[in-house]
Ligand binder design. Structure first.
Ligand code: BGC
Length: 450
């Protein structure tokens, strides 16, 4: 499977899941109206506090490099990827440099994952060196005034879990919980913000319906339904475990959000089974302290479904506003933007004329508009601090700092967007001054005029 096509297949599958075109899931997905909204009031005790988070995001497998005990490393070694990962951006060793760069942008938050496959490379055996490493990483963030936002599973888990059936195993939630317990014990004093699962719908659709992500199952609707159930149960368990061990924790998961143009609510986001189950629990309150979303583009749901390469994803900043509003209305919770960013193909200019700096300001101004309209937004975390391994390929570049991961020349070279982001953060948002050097494509009508 050519990984640069992964999104096509993923969203083919996700589209199929949403539209229920012959995929045989138990029941039609309900409209959002049937989801039980959470009242912000009820969550007050665990409501996140503190300043607006301006951050950058990355993920262990994509950034750190060189780990070989995960299911993703096995998938890569089996030749299922377009390019081998190798050292990625060598973030495991160069984290201090990337944290310095992040601080230099004026950020106060850094998001990455603590890799389960490093902490527990062999079932039941935790690796003291990996435990020490992540403690140093979190300490290094705090030393620079960066609030850690910790993802517990960013598509990657230890390969040994696959010997038990992977996420289809009835024990999967328990195994995950043992890892979570360890994370909270080791790092509860250093981390408050947790995301249990990165984009579970993408993980499920890619792994069990389109089959272009590990474990590579195609049209396995039963598998997808079971994994959904197990991930929901693992999320809920992890929520309790984290709060039991860390009284100041805020827990969520980050949902893939797009501006869909064909659905019951054309301004909203797709119904999805994972979120429906988390919100619709019958026992107790939904286990979310805030809602986290990732927003990149507008998707057209039509059959046959086709998604462009990620450097051709349509730029649609208004859709970001719609997503913020949609998820806030749906959950009643404040929203954290855990990812937002734009790709180029290698370092080429985009055909549509969008630059990363224009993308960034166009989206931040929509976020400001949402906040002005009363939508509580906790922070904006840009994807990504550096170029990294885009799930099988190095062609897509999302970095504020570019890195030649393929050649091993791992120097961090600032893109123009790094300076723009620094100005935006310094101004507390997009202002005329922070737009210096930003050129919008002719068709875009910005709120703040350059
Ligand atoms: C994922 C990242 C990925 C990014 C760009 C998100 O869906 O969480 O891992 O690199 O999108 O495709």
């Amino acid at each position: 499977m050519r990984q640069t096509h992964r999104r096509i297949a993923q969203f083919l599958a996700l589209g199929a899941m949403v539209a229920l075109v012959g995929c045989g899931l138990a029941a039609p997905l309900p409209g959002v109206e049937s989801l039980s909204p959470v009242t912000a009031q009820k969550r007050d005790a665990r409501s996140p506090k503190g300043p607006f988070l301006w951050g950058v995001s990355t993920a262990g497998y994509q950034w750190e490099g060189s780990e070989n005990k995960s299911q993703w490393a096995a998938w890569d070694a089996a030749g299922k990827t377009e390019e081998r990962r190798g050292m990625a951006a060598d973030g495991y060793r160069r984290y201090a440099e990337d944290l310095d760069l992040t601080k230099g942008l004026g950020c106060n938050a850094f998001r990455t994952s603590i890799e389960w496959s490093r902490l527990e490379p062999v079932e039941g055996q935790f690796d003291p060196e990996a435990i020490r490493h992540y403690r140093e990483l979190l300490l290094a963030m705090r030393a620079r005034g960066l609030t850690p936002v910790v993802t517990l599973m960013h598509f990657v888990y230890p390969a040994w879990l696959d010997a038990h059936g992977g996420w289809q195993s009835p024990q999967a939630a328990q195994y995950f919980n043992r890892f979570v317990e360890r994370v909270v014990k080791e790092y509860g004093d250093l981390a408050d913000w947790y995301l249990t699962f990165n984009e579970p719908t993408v993980f499920i659709a890619g792994g069990y319906l389109s089959g272009n992500l590990p474990p590579g199952k195609v049209n396995d609707a039963k598998g997808a339904a079971l994994v959904t159930k197990n991930l929901v149960s693992a999320h809920n368990k992890a929520y309790e475990t984290i709060h039991a061990g860390d009284k100041t924790a805020y827990v969520s998961f980050n949902n893939y959000s797009a501006s869909w143009t064909l659905k019951s609510d054309p301004q909203g986001a797709p119904e999805d089974e994972f979120l429906r189950q988390v919100l619709g629990q019958t026992e107790g309150l939904p286990k979310l302290d805030y809602m986290a979303i990732d927003y990149y583009t507008r998707l057209k749901l039509r059959l046959p479904f086709q998604l462009p390469m990620c450097w051709e994803w349509p730029v649609y900043p208004e859709g970001f506003y719609n997503s913020l509003r949609f998820y806030h209305r749906l959950t009643g919770l404040p929203i954290l933007v855990a990812e937002n960013g734009m790709a180029t193909e290698d370092l080429k200019e985009r055909a549509d004329g969008w630059t990363r700096e224009a993308y960034l300001t166009a989206h931040v101004e929509q976020l400001q508009r949402a906040m002005k309209d009363g939508i509580p937004v906790l922070g904006y975390i840009h994807w990504s601090i550096t170029d990294n391994y885009e799930w099988g390929s190095y062609r897509p570049r999302f970095g504020l700092f570019s890195v030649e991961c393929r050649t091993g020349d791992l120097r961090r070279v600032p893109t123009a967007a790094a300076e723009t982001y620094r100005r935006v953060i310094a101004a507390g948002g997009v202002t005329r001054e922070s737009l210096a050097g930003v050129r919008y494509p002719g068709s875009y009508r910005p709120i703040v005029k350059p």
